[in-house]
Design a protein around this ligand. Structure first.
Ligand code: GCU
Length: 330
């Protein structure tokens, strides 16, 4: 709590000093875009604003970052595609989407891979995390830092109080095949729908439910359309803050000092996001309970059954057996 307060004060200081920015330049020499598909109050978007404030401060206003939240620039997939061609400079992406472009990344989001959040962070902060960061760097996109996105659970319009009741339900998943294949062994029908369309799909009854982390469930308002949570935490899907190769070239053209500043600001924004995330998880849960949502915790036997059903997919990742083993032992 205290840490959060200190960070909030730091942000305030950064933002205040930014209003007096441009001591060296009156107008930024470079304006870069940053896309996030989450609502403005969501922790990942707050981290985006923080990143923008840091960049303005530490480049003395030479570089300015404009944040586009709420999927204003398009769905996550389309933003990523635009980024590859330099149409977007920075973006925050779920590995759920990125593993479509970098199939290796799927290893980091397998069901029941991590014991808990600390375990995931030990992996991402260690050599395995660095290895996968470097794997996503090419001439078109560069991964800058890991963001937290907690654990995902199911939420539905009708109550799910036992695992068996998931059977036959139409559940929205991220719009790539692998995500469908992850959940189908539970007997659900996976519907691949872009994130921005989930609320209306729930409202119109096109789907029976969806799955996501609790802050996203809350900040998108999905909790008003699907009021029953089955808090099974079936997987953790980390996220990446990325920069386009075109943005890197523009930054480098300003002078060699700028790229390290951007990298440092990204690292700081990621640290900040992790702190915000912890608070958002508990606050969002309280908010949805206050609203009247029900939250059911699966029994240990149900959790085990889910694990048994969802983990055979590991067999398809036998070439990564060593890495998976290392992750397990981290
Ligand atoms: C998470 C993630 C989003 C993603 C969404 C989804 O909330 O932060 O970037 O789009 O999941 O389920 O599509």
């Amino acid at each position: 709590m205290r840490k959060l307060l200190i960070i909030s004060l730091t942000i305030l200081a950064v933002l205040t000093s930014c209003s007096n920015k441009n001591e060296k330049t009156d107008t930024p020499r470079l304006i870069l875009s940053y896309a996030d598909n989450q609502p403005a109050q969501h922790p990942t978007t707050s981290a985006a604003w923080y990143f923008a404030a840091l960049v303005e401060k530490y480049t003395d206003g030479v570089i300015s970052v404009e944040v586009y939240s709420d999927g204003q620039i398009g769905s996550e997939i389309s933003v990523y595609e635009q980024m590859k061609f330099g149409g977007v400079d920075f973006g925050r992406y779920s590995l759920g989407i990125l593993s479509q472009f970098y199939p290796d990344l799927a290893v980091l989001e397998l069901p029941y891979l991590y014991e808990d959040s600390d375990h995931m962070w030990r992996v991402l902060d260690g050599e395995i995390g660095s290895y996968f960061l470097s794997k996503t760097a090419d001439s078109t996109t560069i991964a800058l830092a890991w963001f937290d996105a907690g654990a995902r659970s199911f939420y539905t319009i009708e109550p799910i109080v036992e695992l068996d009741q998931l059977e036959g339900k139409k559940i929205r998943v991220q719009e790539i095949d692998l995500m469908a294949r992850f959940v189908e062994p539970l007997g659900v029908t996976a519907e691949k729908i872009p994130y921005g369309e989930v609320y209306s799909a729930l409202q119109r009854g096109i789907i029976d439910g969806a799955e996501n982390n609790i802050p996203s469930y809350y900040y998108t308002g999905h909790y008003q359309a699907a009021t029953h949570v089955y808090l099974d935490e079936h997987f953790r899907i980390p996220e990446l803050l990325m920069m386009s190769g075109a943005a890197r070239a523009k930054i480098e053209a300003l002078g060699e000092e700028y790229l390290p500043i951007i990298e440092e600001c990204a690292a700081k924004a990621a640290e900040y996001e992790r702190i915000l995330w912890k608070k958002a998880e508990s606050d969002s849960l309280s908010k949805v309970l206050e609203y009247g949502c029900t939250v059911v915790l699966p029994t240990a036997a149900e959790k085990e059954e889910m694990r048994q059903l969802m983990t055979p997919i590991y067999e398809e990742y036998s070439e990564y057996a060593d890495i998976i083993e290392k992750i397990r032992n981290t």
